[in-house]
Design a protein around this ligand. Structure first.
Ligand code: SF4
Ligand code: SF4
Length: 269
């Protein structure tokens, strides 16, 4: 159970990246390493669940890479559902395997409350998304389809919007996150509003980021194995991540951060 100062605060999401393997290789992706990626071992996943059980949070996101290509996806999903029964379980997927593998779809229907699906030209999964959204919605799952605006035509966008409207799914659009695609650097001031009691992302090696989209191999603040892990989740922050300077989602919360600026040369993830 949470202790001390953490008791009065609560995270919106904890996100576990269970694999860096993926069955796609989207140009804008910094999270996956194709077939060369690695899976989180089951023992490690169990340890992460133990540690997460010491902090207050609302939603458990299972992500990758493509989490359904982890060979133990069904076992991991059931373990999380059983161990953290009061959490909203959310799966982030490209839906490609769900469309063709009944066992993985059944696991998803059994274990998850919400399914977030990336869908655009890079994902190349229009057919699979059109096949899976009706099944997920018929089972009462919340479904959010997310398209990156830099990677989809107006025609495809309106087709997805129609699909979501027909089946009661939610269609959202987004920009590529914290990747240098020619945009000017952010004028970084105070802490990103998304720093504050919102997200914790746990990487394959247990390194932790207090940001939903963050990733840089040497920029983690702490690790899931730290003895004071629960305190660190809610500890005051003192710096921006290196990639915040190029992130479309930066919003100045007004809370101070030292140093005030990240070097421009260090802003790309
Ligand atoms: S499907 Fe998702 S995880 Fe896989 S390469 Fe594309 S954006 Fe990355
Ligand atoms: S600016 Fe972007 S990468 Fe940085 S903390 Fe905010 S959402 Fe995360």
């Amino acid at each position: 159970m949470p202790t001390g100062a953490a008791r009065s605060r609560i995270l919106k999401t904890a996100k576990i990246k269970i694999t860096t393997k993926c069955n796609r290789s989207c140009d804008f992706c910094i999270f996956a390493d194709g077939a060369q990626g690695e899976n989180m071992p089951q023992e490690m996943f169990s340890t992460v669940l133990d540690r997460l059980d010491t902090i207050p949070f609302q939603q458990l996101h299972i992500n990758g890479g493509e989490p359904t290509v982890h060979r133990a996806f069904p076992e991991l999903s059931r373990l999380a559902r059983t161990r953290l029964p009061d959490k909203v379980m959310v799966l982030g997927t490209n839906a490609i395997t769900l469309a063709r593998n009944h066992r993985l779809m059944d696991t998803t229907l059994e274990c998850y409350d919400q399914v977030l699906i990336g869908c655009d030209d890079e994902h190349g999964n229009y057919e699979q998304v059109h096949a899976t959204v009706p099944i997920l919605r018929a089972a009462g799952k919340t479904v959010v389809v997310n398209s990156v605006l830099e990677g989809i035509s107006d025609h495809r966008l309106s087709q997805l919007a129609d699909l979501c409207a027909a089946y009661g799914a939610i269609h959202v659009t987004n920009h590529v996150h914290h990747i240098d695609v020619g945009q000017p650097p952010n004028d970084l001031g105070g802490l990103c509003a998304r720093y504050l009691d919102q997200h914790l992302m746990v990487e394959l090696d247990g390194s932790c980021y207090r940001c939903f989209n963050a990733m840089a191999k040497d920029d983690s603040e702490f690790n899931i194995y730290d003895s004071d892990f629960a305190a660190k989740v809610f500890a005051p922050r003192c710096a921006h991540y290196r990639f915040c300077g190029k992130c479309h989602e930066y919003t100045d919360s007004g809370s101070p951060v030292i140093p005030l600026r990240v070097p421009e040369s260090a802003t790309a993830a």
